[in-house]
Design a protein around this ligand. Structure first.
Ligand SMILES: Nc1nc2c(c(=O)[nH]1)N[C@H]1C(S)=C(S)[C@@H](COP(=O)(O)OP(=O)(O)OC[C@H]3O[C@@H](n4cnc5c(N)ncnc54)[C@H](O)[C@@H]3O)O[C@H]1N2
Ligand code: MOO
Length: 410
């Protein structure tokens, strides 16, 4: 074992730099893959996508109404002969004869010769019926300028223009634009495959807990955090405190993962299964001067980086946010989420010599923060109330209301 837990605690910055260094090789030359749009939500574009078409694809009507020449409706009211009907989906180009009108529906191609649309509300059929336009006459009651309610071809995006930039996390709105342009698949960054292993004989996944048992909260938390950071979960497994059992799930995860995160079993008691298994495999077990998240270990096993987080649910989540979130986002092609400064609404006490990450709720404007719960690392429901982590410096003992503080967005 490198690293001596009784030595001077490592600073948060030192440990963060070590974690980032371990992940650097995974960010170099990121792999790419092509995925159909149906599977592209949340993926990050590897390259910019240029539109192969103009959008709108053709000049079309923005309203249900009548396609006319603006010059013919300059003086209103005016009666015009209705010479035909253009529903959406009409595929044959139509021309408008000067001095007449064509009924048109929203999205239908505007006939050549027409330069404006009069919405149906501003018209009345004075001869003929809606369901029989033969010989119909429409009275136009409101004049419209040239171009009104005409959606020009290419007015949204032109062929060859960028539809979605590189390094964009694809959201529903991007998928809509890609689909509208006829794009069927998109080249995205391959995701890092993260194995998630939780440990503890007390853990149960489902069912009624017996005395001394707890539900596994960290497996789902880490899986969700990993996916939010742009990676994918290769395997999620749990073991009791039997080293052979943990070794089995670890070896399994090593086969399918680019990196592994474990929770629990690394502090100083007996039955510290993660420590027991990783120790002979060269783990660096250390204490970081922070709360929650003090006990930490890292290892590289068979070339795969392993990050061992403490088991308390808040400690696990805080460790991820502080050490792994930004490096994983960088590997995914996503920007980091930098901490920012807000004002403390009420006084807080901190632990001198350790950087403390209190859970905080922001006020409506997001400019001020109050503690959301106590400082202990088992307060998983308190963590659920929080918007941010309040980052209290190592040297702080008390901070007065009104002090500037750094917060990390959750
Ligand atoms: N003598 C000492 N005891 C402890 C120290 C210390 O320095 N000296 N450090 C404390 C701190 S700080 C932390 S944090 C924990 C970390 O311990 P482990 O990483 O070994 O975690 P466990 O003992 O396995 O579990 C701690 C706690 O969390 C619960 N837990 C674990 N995994 C899960 C899970 N997946 N879902 C929900 N809850 C989980 C577990 O039941 C324990 O209550 O050690 C302190 N002790
Ligand atoms: O450092 Mo432990 O992570 O407080 O609770």
């Amino acid at each position: 074992m490198t690293g001596d837990p009784s030595a001077r605690p490592r600073s948060v910055e030192e440990h963060a730099a070590l974690v980032a260094r371990m992940l650097e090789p995974l960010s170099e030359e990121p792999a790419e893959e092509s995925v159909p749009l149906d599977h592209a939500l949340g993926r990050v574009t590897a390259e910019e996508v240029r539109s192969q078409v103009d959008l709108p694809l053709f000049r079309n009507s923005q309203m249900d109404g009548y396609a006319v020449r603006s010059a013919d409706v300059h003086e209103v009211p005016v009666a015009l002969e209705v010479t035909g009907d253009i529903p959406a989906g009409h595929t044959t180009p139509v021309s408008l004869v000067a001095g007449t009108a064509l009924r048109i529906m929203t999205g239908a191609p505007v006939p050549t010769g027409a330069d404006t649309i009069v919405p149906v509300e501003d018209t009345e059929l004075v001869l003929g019926r809606d369901d029989d336009l033969s010989g119909a006459i429409v009275e136009i009651r409101r004049s419209r300028r040239r171009g009104e309610y005409v959606r020009e071809r290419g007015s949204d995006v032109r062929r060859g223009d960028v539809l979605v930039p590189a390094r964009t996390r694809l959201a529903p709105r991007h998928l809509a634009a890609l689909a509208a342009a006829g794009v069927e698949s998109v080249t995205v960054r391959a995701r890092l495959r993260v194995g998630i292993l939780t440990s503890g004989t007390e853990l149960i996944a489902t069912g009624t807990p017996g005395f001394g048992q707890v539900y596994d909260a960290n497996g789902i938390a880490l899986a969700a955090l990993v996916q939010e950071a742009g990676a994918t979960v290769s395997v999620r497994a749990s073991s009791d405190d039997d080293p052979a059992a943990f070794e089995r799930i670890l070896d399994d995860a090593l086969r399918t993962s680019d990196l592994i995160i474990t929770s629990g079993g690394i502090s100083r008691g007996a039955y510290e299964v993660v420590r027991e298994v990783l120790h002979p495999r060269g783990a660096d077990v250390t204490t970081v001067a922070m709360q929650p998240g003090g006990p930490q270990a890292t290892a590289v096993v068979g070339g795969v980086p392993v990050f061992a987080f403490p088991g308390n649910p808040v400690s696990t989540q805080v460790s991820f946010v502080v050490f792994l979130r930004d490096p994983l986002r960088a590997a995914a092609g996503l920007p980091g989420i930098p901490p920012r400064e807000v004002t403390l609404r009420e006084p807080v006490r901190s632990i001198p010599g350790r950087r403390q990450f209190l859970r905080g709720v922001l006020d409506g404007a997001g400019a001020a923060v109050s503690p959301a719960s106590g400082p202990s690392s088992h307060l998983v429901a308190g963590m659920a109330k929080a918007d941010v982590l309040i980052d209290l410096p190592e040297e702080a003992e008390t901070l007065e209301a009104g002090s500037p503080v750094t917060v990390w967005t959750l």
